[in-house]
Design a binder for this molecule. Structure first.
Ligand code: F6P
Length: 327
């Protein structure tokens, strides 16, 4: 144990994700278990700069494991990107006696934490919390499972109405530059085609998949499109198919922020609980400037310089399976 850590600060930053509350709860309770004080920093780096910091106890995080969103709130801070902003943030941490940090968020959050560590030698550990599942060094990020289940539920519902009206639907899902939500919600939702940025599928390839429907009178179909698609989003693809053929009655649904809310699944709650405890234990054992993750079922600590340079690639097999099943 590293004895000189006395007060741990925890915060959430970037896009919220279901399961962040479960992670906050785990960080708070593990800190108290190891006899450390723990402070919640509100609104990510914005609250850090402003000194919006509250002491938390084991009971402050009761009844939140099942709640979506984040009780500590979140923000994307421009001010923190400047050296002055970071200095101000560090002064606030010093004022509260906070001598170590745990951040729950995505790659932008981690870059900020890395800078704080470099500039002020503060022990820091990151927990991956984003629906996008786009971070190297962990097989899963907190919130991805819930968001994908939400997308699957939506696709199932859309399929009902698509079938009833013989319509072709383009359903756009989130994921920023990553196709993880799209590929797996598409497989689970039985999509007729899945468009993700990692795949080289062209518009012509997509049209070639849809076109046989005209011969077989298969009018209803669901195409799942990742928001990061390189051949256009759901609206654009729908417009292009409509221009090419009047056979299909086409509709578009963009799921958007719906995927960020709701109660976390059991998977995300357990993942968040494990990573939260491991983050505190890692800090107390001297881990710093690392992200705690789960790889092949094991807890791992990956240095910032390693995971920041990597990408969380889509499993080639998933792509292959999706293509086999959508014939
Ligand atoms: O990173 C999570 C995410 O929901 C992405 O999937 C999406 O591209 C982005 O955040 C949306 O950001 P905002 O909530 O700021 O609109």
């Amino acid at each position: 144990m590293v004895a000189d850590i006395k007060k741990i600060g925890v915060f959430t930053s970037g896009g919220d994700a279901p399961g962040m509350n479960a992670a906050i709860r785990a960080v708070v309770r593990a800190s108290i278990y190891y006899k450390k004080e723990v402070y919640g920093i509100m609104r990510g780096y914005e609250g850090m700069i402003e000194g919006d910091i509250v002491k938390l106890g084991a009971r402050s995080v009761g009844n939140i494991i099942q709640r979506g969103g984040t009780i500590l709130k979140s923000a994307r801070s421009q001010h923190f990107r400047t050296p002055e902003g970071r200095k101000q943030a560090f002064e606030q941490l010093k004022k509260h006696g906070i001598d170590a940090l745990v951040a729950i968020g995505g790659d932008g959050t981690f870059t900020g934490l890395h800078l704080l560590h470099q500039e002020f030698n503060l022990p820091v550990v990151c927990i991956p919390g984003t629906i996008d599942n786009d971070i190297a060094g962990t097989d899963y990020t907190i919130g991805y499972d819930t968001a994908t289940n939400t997308a699957v539920e939506a696709i199932d519902k859309i399929r009902d109405t698509a079938l009833s009206h013989n319509r072709l639907f383009f359903v756009e899902v989130m994921g920023r530059h990553s196709g993880y939500i799209a590929i797996n919600s598409g497989i689970a939702g039985g999509a007729g085609a899945i468009i993700i940025p990692e795949d080289g599928m062209s518009f012509e390839d997509l049209y070639a998949i849809l076109k046989p429907g005209q011969e077989t009178a298969k009018k209803s179909n669901v195409v799942v499109v990742a928001e990061g698609s390189k051949i256009g989003g759901a609206l654009e693809l729908a417009r292009k198919v409509a221009e090419r053929s009047s056979y299909f009655d086409i509709k578009v649904t963009i799921l958007g922020h719906l995927q960020r809310g709701g109660a976390p699944t059991y998977f995300d709650r357990v993942l968040a609980s494990k990573l939260g405890v491991a983050a505190v234990e890692g800090l107390l054992k001297g881990q710093t400037d690392v992200m705690v993750g789960i790889q092949k079922g094991e807890i791992t600590y990956t240095p910032f310089d390693v995971f920041a340079k990597g990408t969380h690639a889509i499993n080639e097999d998933d792509l292959r399976i999706a293509k086999i099943l959508s014939i």
